[in-house]
Design a binder for this molecule. Structure first.
Ligand code: ADP
Ligand code: MG
Length: 381
């Protein structure tokens, strides 16, 4: 990747890059819709990501290119207007430029910029956080500023929330920023605070992306958010993290059947995150896998953010040897399923799952095999 990045930078801008950075994509490991309820979540940075190369320009122009887009987008100095159409991808790095002053950091003046990626975009692996964090690191190195990792993560989230306009939680940027090979990232969303948790050796991830998306996904997501807040209010707390599963059960009569189910999912999911940490500490991947599958069952029956496609994949994977567990990963209502497997699960097994899915749903899911990887970092030029 590094050589390809330097070569494409030279071909695009006629000179060598001066600074390079890379940030990984991520998987939501367990902790479904817990973030906005003040709960906890475990994510994994994966071994694929976005690479960014930059070199300063004297004329103040900001020139953006990507291996995934044709042409160069030139933005004059001082112009922080949102781009649209074919240029809208520039909103991710430009949003980072625009976010820096909000954190007391200097924005870079002119530069040539190239992004390159071995991470599928729009596949639920958070290429958006990866491009934000790689861009942030490169811009900060250009201006010789060294903020904390927390700040870098918050700059990325600010860019995505405020500039791009996607109301994502802290998971995506937090995991891309704090990821570590052979570890998971634990986030307590109330702080937020970040920690890494060792992942026992021999854990492999397989992602099955269905490319399905519920037509009403944004509205459904907002509805779940509302239902959780309403349940918290009925229970007399600000956020569902502040009630125990026993308290939710005790309040069943006061909650509508829907609110009861949503609240149960959240408080039990937060308990599963804790149980997963215990199982990881014990090196028990089988127990971890059972918790992943239990999380999916809860999505299916309590939070009702699964689909027939995702359920089929979890079912089929559950019946396949060498699979510890599987669950929908991300917001749900379509998207992808993640399976945690041993090294013995291979392309042949994955292919059989994809083929069975195709028989039922008429199209194959995209299959991606990954392992954990390191978080955002500068790359030596
Ligand atoms: P996800 O984060 O799940 O991949 P998003 O829709 O949040 O999906 O973000 C994908 C968007 O991020 C792309 O449509 C593009 O605008 C931008 N992006 C990510 N990686 C790159 C890249 N290497 N080059 C250009 N744009 C990128
Ligand atoms: Mg994204």
């Amino acid at each position: 990747m590094k050589t390809a990045l330097v070569n494409l930078f030279r071909a695009t801008f006629g000179r060598a890059p001066e600074i390079m950075a890379r940030a990984p994509g991520r998987i939501e490991f367990i902790g479904n819709h817990t973030d906005y309820n003040g709960g906890t979540v475990l994510g994994a940075a994966i071994d694929r990501g976005v690479w960014v190369a930059v070199a300063p320009r004297e004329d103040g122009q900001r020139r953006f290119a990507s291996d995934q887009r044709a042409g160069v987008v030139a933005v004059s100095w001082g112009n922080l207007d949102k781009r649209s159409g074919a240029e809208s991808w520039v909103n991710y790095p430009l949003g980072v430029v625009a976010a820096l002053p909000a954190f007391g950091l200097r924005a870079p003046a002119g530069f040539d910029y190239l992004a390159m990626s071995d991470l599928p975009t729009g596949a639920g692996l958070s290429s958006s956080a990866a491009i934000e964090l790689a861009s942030g690191l490169a811009f900060l190195a250009m201006t010789r500023q060294e903020p904390s990792r927390e700040t870098l993560v918050k700059v990325g989230q600010h860019a995505e929330n405020q500039f791009v306009g996607v109301p994502c939680g802290i998971l995506d940027q937090g995991v891309s920023g704090f990821g570590r090979k052979d570890h998971l990232v634990f986030i307590d969303c109330r702080g937020p605070t970040f920690a890494t948790v060792p992942l026992p050796a021999g854990a492999h991830f397989w992602i099955f992306n269905t490319h399905t998306k519920h037509a009403l996904v944004d509205g459904l997501y907002a509805a779940r958010h509302r239902e959780c807040m309403a349940a918290a209010q009925t229970l007399g707390v600000g956020q569902l993290v502040d009630v125990s599963p026993a308290e939710v059960w005790a309040a069943e009569a006061r909650l509508s059947p829907g609110a009861f189910k949503r609240a149960r999912h959240i408080v039990e999911e937060i308990a599963r995150v804790t149980a997963t940490q215990d199982a990881l500490r014990a090196g028990d991947l089988a127990a971890v896998g059972n918790l992943l599958t239990a999380s999916h069952r809860s999505s299916q029956t309590l939070f009702e953010n699964s689909t027939a496609e995702l359920d089929f994949l979890v079912e089929t994977l559950g019946a396949t040897p060498h699979v510890f567990g599987a669950r929908l990963t991300g917001g749900g209502f379509g998207g992808a399923v993640m399976a945690l497997t041993s090294a013995k699960f291979g392309a042949a097994q994955a292919d059989a799952v994809a083929a069975a899915y195709a028989v039922k749903f008429g199209a194959r899911p995209d299959v991606l095999h990954t392992q954990t990887g390191d978080g955002a970092a500068l790359v030596a030029v």
